[in-house]
Design a protein around this ligand. Structure first.
Ligand SMILES: C[S@@+](CC[C@H](N)C(=O)[O-])C[C@H]1O[C@@H](n2cnc3c(N)ncnc32)[C@H](O)[C@@H]1O
Length: 344
């Protein structure tokens, strides 16, 4: 099944969703996303039929409202996108700036969908007054209305009738999760922005976030955190502390564009942390999860995680989505040390 994605969003986890979902249970009650963004993980999870219901939250209100419209009023939002998109013929750049000005005045989520589709790399930017100030992509006109309609209806089909949508501070969401939930968190990246973040309207404080995770541990909540990572040997952001007893899975996210330009082999690796209860339940140990288009490589770095046993993610099991391969050459390219062969 092709997984639908109506919202273009920088930092979207759509390409990593399958790998991330290897580390949640096969079936569970509710998936909660306090930092939903384009909602890539809930959409992928619903496409795999893993959870019975969903709670999607994002502090960016027009974004949360847009997700709500896509899920509950797909016709309305597809028609309005088509209308706005068609109006751009003539002077499309001028049209973009008019829509942006209108959006900054009204915060209408329908206008936001067009701006996200049309701005440079789907990467929104905000000025210090909270006004969207990203420029249009001069070479593209944004997703065609027919394709957008298919994506909107696809998401609505997956999530309508089983999804709660809110625009709260993430801590207020965490106060209301329970032990049957699985919480997936992808906060704004610390490595790039600290407490301020022009890309996502707001950033979060590292210390407050760590306290919130400690409290989830005390309440035995199952959670997964995407948090910064590294390119080659260069690490971004502050690691989450050992005191949280998290299990680190390193996910290969692809070759960095900078490295490609310089003719180097560095790959970007994103960190995924599993809460103690979740790691125990899915029997996860620290590992390096390499993903090819049609196969998966799941390897361990014995130096960083001495004593840890090798772990094959659920989707890499026989009959799952991918084959397992251990190749010394491939692994060395990741700039980690040499893997051992899996024994289970
Ligand atoms: C890295 S993005 C999430 C991307 C998402 N995983 C996806 O696949 O598109 C982080 C999101 O957190 C939201 N956010 C920032 N601060 C927040 C806060 N304090 N509470 C809730 N959401 C927040 C931002 O608006 C942004 O959409």
């Amino acid at each position: 099944m092709r997984v639908p994605h109506p919202i273009q969003y920088q930092g979207s986890k759509r390409n990593l969703a399958s790998a991330i979902l290897c580390y949640v249970p096969g079936r569970f009650s509710r998936l909660v996303e306090p930092f939903a963004g384009s909602d890539a993980i809930s959409i992928a999870c619903a496409a795999k039929g893993k959870a019975n219901s969903y709670w999607i939250n994002d502090l960016n209100r027009p974004l949360a409202e847009l997700l709500g419209l896509i899920i509950n009023c797909p016709s309305e939002v597809a028609n309005s996108y088509q209308k706005i998109w068609n109006q751009q013929h003539g002077d499309s750049i001028e049209h973009y700036y008019r829509v942006r000005e209108n959006f900054n005045r009204t915060r209408d989520p329908r206008l936001f969908l067009y701006l996200l589709a049309r701005c440079v790399k789907g990467s929104v930017r905000y000025n210090s007054d909270g006004l969207l100030n990203q420029s249009p992509d001069k070479r593209r006109h944004g997703t065609k209305p027919e394709t957008m309609r298919e994506n909107i209806f696809g998401v609505s089909m997956l999530l309508k009738g089983k999804t709660l949508i809110s625009s709260l501070e993430y801590k207020d969401v965490l106060l209301n999760v329970n032990e049957d939930d699985v919480v997936y968190m992808d906060p704004p990246y610390q490595g790039v922005c600290g407490d301020k973040d022009s890309r996502y309207f707001t950033g979060i404080s590292y210390d407050e976030y760590v306290s919130a995770l400690a409290e989830l541990n005390e309440r035995q909540i199952r959670y997964v955190v995407s948090y910064d990572g590294r390119t080659g040997n260069k690490t971004f952001g502050k690691l989450l502390p050992d005191s949280l007893l998290l299990t680190l899975i390193e996910l290969e996210a692809g070759r960095s564009s900078q490295a490609t330009l310089l003719g180097r082999d560095d790959i970007t690796v994103e960190s995924l942390y599993l809460s103690p209860r979740l790691a125990l339940e899915v029997e996860a140990s620290p590992c390096f999860h390499r993903k090819f288009e049609d196969e998966q490589l799941v390897l361990i770095d014995p130096e960083r995680h001495s004593g840890a046993k090798l772990f094959y993610g659920a989707a890499a099991e026989p009959g799952g989505e991918g084959k397992i391969k251990t190749s010394k050459a491939e692994y060395q390219k990741s700039k980690l040390s040499i893997p051992q062969r899996a024994d289970n």
